[in-house]
Ligand binder design. Structure first.
Ligand code: PRP
Length: 180
């Protein structure tokens, strides 16, 4: 199997990721037995996680995607994010799971959760593959979490450094000494 960046240390292997995603899918399947769910992925980082999670979920589900960008580092702590792509379809009265690759400061998901709640979904939960609780600036937790980790910068499985490394099959560690 080709490996794009063997020099970056592996934090979670393909097998570890697959095992956790399968477990999250099983938990969601139990919770939503017999119901239709809408998985809302946050582009771009969550794209690969959503594609695997969707196939690990038994209930009938459809996808939608949102894309956001923060207004810049200086205003990051304000929690202001700019919606670049909104939902394609209304979620009113529907069961929705927001799907994120990483829950870090919580600013993005807090904003998105409030935005989606305005549409009055029947329910709204959050699935995050990675959770960094030590970084939180907003009080928000995911309902389904793959891995809880300390403040490490990770890439792969959808996550990037300057748009690179998203296609790595593993989750790998970037350190300040790594070449760009
Ligand atoms: C990452 C991640 C979340 C957000 C989490 O997105 O995908 O959306 O940051 O951070 P927060 O909890 O501090 O708000 P990023 O801005 O890197 O964009 P990307 O998904 O396109 O990689």
């Amino acid at each position: 199997m080709p490996t794009a960046s063997p020099q970056l240390d592996v934090l979670y292997t393909r097998e570890q990721i697959a095992e956790r995603v399968a477990a999250m899918g099983a938990e969601i399947s139990r919770d939503y037995h017999g119901q239709h769910i809408i998985l809302v992925g946050v582009l771009k980082g969550a794209a690969i996680f959503l594609s695997d999670l969707a196939r690990a979920v038994v209930p009938d589900c459809t996808f939608d995607f949102v894309a956001v960008s923060s207004y810049g580092r200086g205003q990051r702590s304000s929690g202001a994010v700019k919606v670049i792509k909104d939902l394609d379809h209304s979620i009113e009265g529907r069961h929705v799971i927001l799907v994120e690759d990483i829950l870090d400061t919580g600013l993005t998901l807090t904003y998105l959760r409030n935005m989606l709640l305005h549409q009055k979904p029947a329910s709204l939960k959050i699935a995050a593959l990675l959770d960094k609780p030590a970084r939180r600036l907003q009080k928000i937790e995911a309902d389904y979490v793959g891995f809880t980790l300390p403040n490490l910068f990770v890439v792969g499985y959808g996550m990037d450094y300057a748009e690179r490394y998203r296609n790595l099959q593993e989750i790998r560690l970037m350190s300040p000494n790594d070449p760009e």
